[in-house]
Design a protein around this ligand. Structure first.
Ligand SMILES: Nc1ncnc2c1ncn2[C@@H]1O[C@H](COP(=O)(O)OP(=O)(O)O)[C@@H](O)[C@H]1O
Ligand SMILES: [Mg+2]
Length: 337
């Protein structure tokens, strides 16, 4: 190890920055004092050890193994409870400089907030269901005056809106906890068909014709039917919501290639201006122009959820849109091998 490098590691230590240096074979060559404290290496067992063979260091070892020439910043867990942001820098052919930043506290706080959000969203389900079912019951209790009926409708719409919001928040916490998919052999056409049937009434209220076409003999995929239903539901709900009344929304399932299936959801609605296309998959992002009365309801979370679920399935989402003509969302998913 060059003198300059040894000095750098020492300077980092003086600044209280944990750093270590690994040779290309991932033998640890130097550990500064700050890193020794952070990694509880009082007995200096790290120096001279091979990182891959140390318990709890497998994530870090993998990161260094895959380290490119360009400096990278990534998060790793070391042992059970230490979460670090790691900066890696290749130093010529000498090895890799590893700079650690302890973010365990931030990690812990984030987890706490996520758990709290999950709990609140989950607990809101019950009171919302109560509001919805009593609103339905009032309707059946006898005749109501037109203003009473109007107020009741507002209560129902608001409860429906809350219910969707809670569902979106639960989806988000599911994504953020990196929970696994419940994979099984899945026939996409059945998943899509069920969602289409569930949305027929909503579509009919706007006189929108939902048209489903599926190629025969489509192969199954390895998928999580519950999550994929959420994807289709979000895309179809958008198409219905943003389309003017009386139009057609179509959903087609076909092969994209030998190894992929393709679902396309097409509407003839207002379209999405090109400058917004890149951002519509961001959390909470909604195209400003579309916030007229009809479109105002929504959290801006639907497409972020679609994207995350499809990525978890090893697939991808694309969008094609022309203002004034309509929008097509395309999902490609790998077939079961
Ligand atoms: N089919 C569509 N036609 C026009 N705009 C759309 C369509 N789907 C999505 N968008 C735009 O993308 C934004 C984000 O969609 P989404 O994440 O589902 O949020 P939300 O439906 O709650 O507004 C929408 O607010 C809208 O501006
Ligand atoms: Mg939506």
């Amino acid at each position: 190890m060059s003198d300059t490098l040894a000095q750098t590691i020492h300077v980092l230590d003086t600044l209280g920055i944990p750093a270590l240096f690994c040779r290309p074979d991932r033998i640890v060559q130097q550990v500064n004092e700050a890193a020794a404290v952070l990694l509880h290496d009082e007995s200096h067992r790290l120096q001279g050890a091979m990182l891959d063979e140390l318990e709890g260091f497998d994530e870090l070892a993998k990161l260094i193994r895959d380290c490119e020439r360009t400096p990278t910043v990534q998060e790793v867990t070391i042992g059970l409870t230490l979460h670090c942001q790691v900066r890696l820098r290749q130093v010529g052919d000498e090895g890799c400089l590893v700079i650690l930043n302890d973010i365990s506290e931030y990690h812990e706080r984030e987890k706490y907030q996520r758990d709290a959000m999950h709990m609140v969203a989950h607990d809101l389900n019950t009171p919302i269901s109560v509001v919805k079912s009593y609103a339905d019951l009032i309707n059946q209790m006898g005749s109501l005056t037109p203003p009473q009926l109007q107020f009741l409708d507002r209560i129902k719409l608001a409860a429906e809106h809350m219910s969707r919001l809670v569902r979106d928040l639960l989806d988000l916490t599911w994504i953020d906890t990196n929970a696994p998919l419940e994979l099984e052999t899945t026939r996409l056409q059945y998943v899509v068909q069920t969602v289409v049937e569930n949305l027929r009434t909503t579509a009919a209220e706007k006189r929108i014709d939902l048209r489903l076409t599926a190629k025969d003999d489509l192969p199954p995929i390895q998928g999580d039917p519950g999550r994929l239903s959420r994807v289709i539901n979000n895309l179809l709900s958008n198409a219905i919501k943003f389309s003017p009344a009386g139009l057609i929304v179509s959903i087609d399932i076909d092969r994209q290639s030998e190894n992929e299936l393709r679902i396309a959801v097409t509407d003839n609605g207002p379209g999405i201006p090109e400058e917004h296309l890149a951002r519509i998959f961001d959390r909470f992002y909604r195209v400003p122009q579309s916030e007229d009365e009809q479109n105002a309801k929504g959290s801006g979370l639907g497409l972020a959820i679609v994207n995350a679920i499809i990525e978890k399935h090893g697939g991808r989402v694309e969008v094609k849109s022309k203002v004034g003509e309509g929008t097509t969302f395309i999902i490609c998913l790998p077939v079961e091998t």
